[in-house]
Ligand binder design. Structure first.
Ligand code: ADP
Length: 254
């Protein structure tokens, strides 16, 4: 299987913005094992801004763009250092791909990106993709890593896009405010009613909530890619997803 795994800030980091070391270690171990079993994996990872700001002691999210972009520059380095170190323990090589909207809009960039992605997979490498938040402006922003995950899944012709979040799927309403919310097991058609379930807000660290996850599910399923939303708090859920017995929401491919 060719898998694109998107992991959100709420999975990677503590509420301080700093790395959740135990969880990231376990995630890299499980992904390495899945790779050893013959799967190809592309990781779409958030978390750079929070980690960068945390590293220089900024605990409150700043309003000014230059501090945020500086945080992204510091944190992206830290993030890749951690991935490189952890995957190396299992003898896997990682590569960094930093995207902007220009890669999607300009054909030549897109072609080079595709060629690079496929070459990396041929070489047995784990590409780790993030938006290039140090240089993005409103004009070239992709905006959220759920959408980025779907774009990458389309490009590499993935079998599955797995979105790991702080919740185990799409519920009938936001479970953090509605105790009666029920998880939806399988979604075969993304209707307006499904889109309306997403509400607007996500957790305070993540950005997109369910809105961007459903948008990503639409992009990917329309390209024939199955999409799973599952809880990343226990990375072993990835085994269950591949075995077809995970607690999750599954969007079937068109
Ligand atoms: P991530 O950082 O993993 O992308 P987000 O915080 O952006 O995570 O999105 C997940 C959050 O979306 C959940 O924790 C929940 O509070 C919120 N949410 C809003 N509506 C729903 C819904 N219908 N089902 C599940 N979660 C929802």
């Amino acid at each position: 299987m060719r898998l694109v795994i998107k992991v959100g800030t709420s999975t990677l980091a503590h509420k301080t913005g700093l790395l959740n070391i135990k969880r990231v270690e376990r995630m890299c171990k499980v992904i390495s094992d899945l790779k050893n079993a013959g799967n190809e994996i592309v990781l779409v990872s958030s978390g750079a801004i929070g980690m960068g700001l945390g590293k220089v002691g900024i605990t409150k999210r700043p309003d000014d763009i230059s501090t945020l972009q500086a945080g992204a520059a510091i944190g992206q380095c830290e993030l890749m250092y951690v991935y490189d170190k952890l995957f190396s323990e299992y003898n896997h090589t990682v590569a960094q791909i930093l995207m902007t909207g220009a890669f999607v809009a300009i054909d030549d960039y897109g072609k080079n990106l595709n060629n690079t992605l496929f070459r990396l997979l041929e070489l047995g490498v784990i590409p780790i993709v993030n938006e290039n938040d140090t240089v993005t402006t409103d004009e070239i922003v992709i905006g959220d890593n759920d959408t980025l995950g779907a774009i990458i899944a389309e490009r590499v012709k993935a079998d599955m896009l797995i979105i790991l979040s702080d919740i185990d799927g799409l519920y009938t309403s936001n479970p953090s405010t509605d105790p009666d919310a029920v998880r939806l097991e399988i979604i075969e058609e993304i209707t307006e009613e499904i889109e309306a379930l997403a509400g607007t807000a996500g957790s305070h660290l993540g950005t997109g909530g369910m809105v961007t996850k459903i948008k990503a599910a639409r992009i990917a399923t329309e390209s024939g890619i199955e999409v799973i939303i599952a809880n990343g708090k226990d990375p072993e859920v990835l085994y269950d997803i591949l075995n077809g017995n995970a607690v999750c929401t599954r969007f079937t491919a068109k």
